[in-house]
Design a protein around this ligand. Structure first.
Ligand code: ATP
Length: 491
């Protein structure tokens, strides 16, 4: 189709309109379409979803041959989409060209082409990063010592490679590079700890320009195979993500064996701390409205990763510790996802994909049972994690806990929240496990929206990923539950 794509002019370049301009023109033309109005508007929405991708690719400047081929096909499809929408405006010679009957086939054809382009991008990113890793590994192993020089151990080689490989991506997305001295000053020598996770410890900091930030420093004393690789991967995956419900990556530092990620500060900590910590009067524990708002925000973040991010991402670690809450006035409506160390780019054309040793599908209590059996991760693994978070929010209980055994007069060995609460939910007895902090004795009209959330949680927690709902269905369900709560008095 486009044999010399590396350097060849694309259709868009030939027509003199850039892809963002075309997307805009499609949007405008759809508004005035007279025939196939619904199809035109749908097509406009689909092409609107490409704005992020096109912006990122333009920011990169240099385009690899694989990406150039797909970009050219995308350009060509955008031109076709624009012609099709214009043809539906009912004047000129185009309407004669695309008769109504044939138009529906034309729309299908354009959707197919758009899908084909979008499916290619994760694969392309994968190829490009692997190629860079190979080149860097070869250079590191051959360089400096010549024949007989000792080979670096694979972990540190891969680490160097990952860090360098993410540099292109991070730089293209405006991620700043900080020196260790700058980070040390910003954090007052790592004085205030915000939290700690599997891959590092997070500190509070203030940059020279006054921005408050969270600084995650890989805990190098923890010998965890692959932890450093995860760090580089986290940067590469997080750098291009821009969404209201995903924490924003601001900077990084790789110096003197220190690997540091700088993100925006989420001043109200994690959902886990609010639900299970020692806060006496957290707004999350006070109302069901706030709780469902937080769930909805988290679900929207996952929806972005699964359906709109470029490349698509599987989070791999959805948990209440990875749902962060922001400013006082808007925090309940603006939770953001973090914890991307186990994330992977979604592979094209497969239902599930193998993961490396460093990635997974959730910590204990959150892990997708299908992943535990097969070792393969899929978007449904995140839906399972979100199902556990939904149960945490409904019951106020942590993902793993001990329960009091009346007969033995002692606490049991730790059990998961799923095995503790799901039987009651499935039996229609949510009240038996419902958290009483927001409403001590909920009336049936208050229980109804919570039962909607519980029923959705139960579906998210199906053993087989294929039986779980897609993330957009979860979002719609939570929107409905929230709407019901709001119309019934914001309890
Ligand atoms: N941007 C932030 N603002 C405020 N607190 C944060 C921020 N990032 C992390 N934290 C705190 O630090 C804790 C651990 O951070 P994070 O989830 O990134 O680490 P992690 O569990 O090691 O992640 P991963 O699973 O990616 O390794 C969080 O639960 C939260 O309490």
């Amino acid at each position: 189709m486009w044999p010399l794509l590396g350097n060849a002019a694309t259709v868009v370049q030939l027509t003199g309109v850039d892809p963002l301009g075309l997307i805009n023109m499609i949007r405008q033309a759809a508004q005035t379409a007279k025939q196939n109005k619904a199809d035109c508007e749908h097509l406009a929405r689909r092409t609107d979803e490409l704005v992020e991708l096109v912006t990122i690719l333009r920011a990169r400047g240099r385009v690899e041959p694989e990406a150039a081929r797909t970009l050219a096909a995308l350009d060509e499809t955008l031109v076709e989409a624009h012609q099709l929408v214009v043809s539906c405006q009912g004047h000129g010679f185009m309407p004669r060209l695309f008769k109504a009957g044939r138009n529906s086939d034309k729309f299908k054809d354009v959707y197919k082409k758009l899908d084909a382009c979008l499916r290619n991008f994760p694969l392309i990113s994968h190829i490009i990063i692997n190629r860079r890793l190979d080149a860097i590994t070869m250079a590191t192993n051959n360089g400096g010592g010549g024949c007989g020089a000792p080979r670096l151990d694979t972990t540190s080689t891969t680490t160097t490679a990952m860090v360098v490989a993410e540099e292109d991506s991070a730089a293209a997305h405006g991620v700043e590079v900080f020196t260790l001295a700058e980070v040390t000053v910003a954090t007052d020598n790592f004085a205030v700890m915000l939290g700690a996770g599997d891959s590092g410890t997070v500190y509070k900091g203030t940059l020279h320009d006054g921005r408050h930030v969270a600084v995650k420093r890989l805990n190098r004393s923890v010998v965890r195979r692959g932890a450093e690789d995860a760090f580089g991967m986290e940067l590469a995956i997080l750098a291009p993500l821009r969404h209201h419900h995903i924490v924003r990556l601001l900077g990084r530092c790789a110096e003197d064996g220190d690997l540091i990620v700088v993100t925006e500060l989420m001043t109200n900590g994690s959902l886990h701390d609010h639900l299970h910590g020692h806060r006496h009067s957290s707004p999350v524990t006070l109302t069901w409205k706030a709780r469902v708002e937080v769930l909805l925000g988290a679900a929207r973040g996952v929806e972005h990763l699964h359906r709109r991010a470029v490349p698509l991402v599987i989070h791999g670690g959805v948990s209440s510790s990875h749902v962060l809450l922001g400013d006082d006035d808007s925090w309940a409506g603006a939770p953001r996802l973090t914890g991307f160390a186990a994330s992977v780019w979604r592979a094209a054309g497969v239902d599930s994909q193998p993961v490396t040793a460093i990635a997974g599908a959730g910590a204990y209590g959150y892990a997708d049972p299908e992943f535990l059996c097969t070792g393969r991760i899929k978007p449904g693994s995140d839906v399972y994690g979100l199902g556990v978070v939904m149960l945490e929010v409904l019951t106020g209980k942590p993902p793993v806990m001990s329960v009091w055994d009346e007969r033995a007069q002692s606490t049991t060995a730790p059990v998961t929240l799923v095995s503790f609460a799901l039987p009651s939910v499935e039996a229609g007895r949510l009240v038996d496990v419902l958290d009483r902090r927001p409403v001590v004795a909920p009336a049936p009209w208050q229980l109804e929206p919570l039962e909607m959330v519980a029923a959705m949680a139960a579906r998210c927690l199906c053993l087989h990923g294929d039986n779980r709902p897609g993330i957009s269905e979860v979002v719609v369900n939570l929107e409905r539950a929230l709407q019901l709560i709001c119309t019934r008095g914001n309890f």
